[in-house]
Design a protein around this ligand. Sequence first.
Ligand code: SF4
Length: 419
Amino acid sequence: MNVYDGLRITAMLERHGYVHTDDIADADIILLNTCAVRAKATEKVYSALGRIRLAKKKDAIYGIVGCVARESGSDAFRKLKDLNFVLGPQSYHKLPEILSDPNTKLLDINLGGLEKFDELPPITKSPLVAYIPVQEGCNHCCTYCIVPYTRGPEISRAFNDIMAETMHAAEVGAIEICFLGQNVNGYKFTDKNGKTYRLSDVIKATAKIDSVKRIRFTSSYPTEMTDDLIELFGTEKKLLPFLNMPIQSGSDNILKRMHRQYSISEYMAIIDKFKNIRPDIQISSDFIVGFPGESDDDFEQTMHAAKHVGYINSFSFKYSPRPHTAAAIMPDQIPENIKSERLIKLDDLLNERQREFNLSCIDKTFECLYEGPDKTGKKHIYRTPYMQPCIVTTDNPTNMATITITSANKSCLHGKIID
Ligand code: SF4
């Protein structure tokens, strides 16, 4: 979501005559687009702002946008007196107000609107992967999560607006479309004729665009996996056979405390539906270890669930208390050393499964999407349909290539392009 927002903000500043630079000392305006999901990310924002302050030109304006801006509000001005702007995730389009008068302080952390999508200009050149938000915010209120506070309640974009943006992204070069939302599969929009559109309708319409070859979406909520969406995996070949479906914990007791609205058996039943419809599908997940009240037994149930599903790629974190959330004030917080031990144990399991899956790809052939040159500049990275990075040697990288995998390790694949 932040990558997408960054591109739209860049397009807006370009319209005001700015050009992009990576050199802070050269910039006239510097903005830090921020994430507040984990405490560590928030802490880093202020140290980064301190570094920017020292490196920037004296008269350059600087500020923060995104979820930390929303979380901090006017406090950010108290922490850094010369900060110029603080704009929440639904107020980016207000940035030009400060360009005309850099001596003012601009603060807008309001929620509840989709105006930014209308007011920010479209991107002018798309990377091969275009991120298109279909909704913002979340109504689920998981007890650990700050998103409902920073991004607000769910609002779905108009179907026609999404399709116009998707078609534009395809026209300016996108081959893969990744639909985005904090609760992407909760997308629901009813037009003035009473017709309701779900994510499956957005995907079906996108699949009709010839130049779009791959479609995916993130982040999903398990119980929002409606049958129309699951069934689409059986019929729509442009939908990648790879899905992120966060489990968070393998214990019903902890899921209840997290206010996740499913039990483990319900979650597993959804996975089974996907596997029946599309046998080659692989799943990734998100995990939180050390949630308040998590016993050894609860954690062992998480290990068991991870083993059972065999996720090929996952994001696992130690629970970190966030302001404005119910879990932050639960009394039975888990000591850091126990969280760390559990995370190491879970990561070992997840990494091993990732390595096994990568090795199982050797000798298989995939249609892969070009990502860019590797660090040496001599080889090139592609992404398989399972989003694994695959390194190849070629003088002529094409946007899509048929690649046979020749070797693999935990982190990546190596392959050979088939003519
Ligand atoms: S579903 Fe996701 S975004 Fe929504 S509250 Fe839960 S963790 Fe946060």
